[in-house]
Design a protein around this ligand. Sequence first.
Ligand code: SF4
Length: 363
Amino acid sequence: MSAATGPASGLPPGAASPAAASPPAARQNRLGLLVGDYKGGKTTLCAGCGHNAISERLLEAYFDLGIAPEQVAKLSGIGCSSKTPAYFMGRSHAFNTVHGRMPSVATGAVLANRTLHAVGVSGDGDSASIGIGQLVHLLRRNVPLVYLVENNGVYGLTKGQFSATADPGSTLKGGEVAELPAIDLCALAIELGAAYVARSFSGDKKQLSVLLRGAIAHGGTALIDVLSPCVTFNDHEGSTKSFAWVKEHDEPLQELSFVPAFPDIAVDYDPGTTTEVALHDGSRLRLRKLGADYDPRDRAAALTRLMAARGTGEVLTGLLFVDPKAPTLVERLRLPEAPLATLPPERVRPPPAALDAINAALR
Ligand code: SF4
């Protein structure tokens, strides 16, 4: 029904009433795409699961950076976390691998097409147990990939058994106590030579958004361990991965802001108290130090700080370590600019004479 105009309505004849005014134009990114172009299917995870918030942050990051969904490859393993690529960016490439095998499939995908932006979504079960052998080699190779661990300390998909990241002394809903030492995936990644390592919390929208943008711009393997509470099996008193515990023990290392390579975002900051890190694609991370000095470019200091936090029960969040100059696997292999997948067979297969020469050399 159209709204009335004229003297009785207080509006000039023919004028559109506020109710009839067009809605504000939906925001477009620099490609002219709408947020709706980055949506995926409807989530089937439990209401309140931390993983849903992470999917939202990912979607926003790719939208804001103006990366076309078709330029993104989403990879995952098995677990509640590994279901999430179905819930964002439905137009992207996607491959849901078997348990713990995402790193090798991701490596193949990135080497076959170096122009893709790869994001691997995994969980603490998928990454810290069955997949840890694959993860460590992905890290030491510096495969260009954003590697997200949605870490809740339990196997949610199989009803809440402890995973290898559960802190000793923490309890399950039924009262069972974790006794084994926890694997700290950030410490492991820093030790193995990873060049972008961060920890965040699914409930910290601002920090996670900046860390994700930095990870996408980084260029090599960027591991972000995101504490993402399982509201169904591990959100009780006694859990060190619950919303309440993480909020209470969160110790952010910096206040972060991100300046993308395209110059249309202004960031307000005080130059006297910040560190700036230039990333692979020309974007910059600005880090305002909080409390004690912390330089995320010092690998040994990052490990020392993580060990100290373990002793005091702090959950350190923020950018733990970054080395934007570390060569990626693509650079080490000196791959051509054109994706391997687009090259004709004669450029990617050695001719028979070359194979004969290799065989002859081995005789
Ligand atoms: Fe999330 Fe836990 Fe539910 Fe899995 S079981 S969807 S991890 S809340």
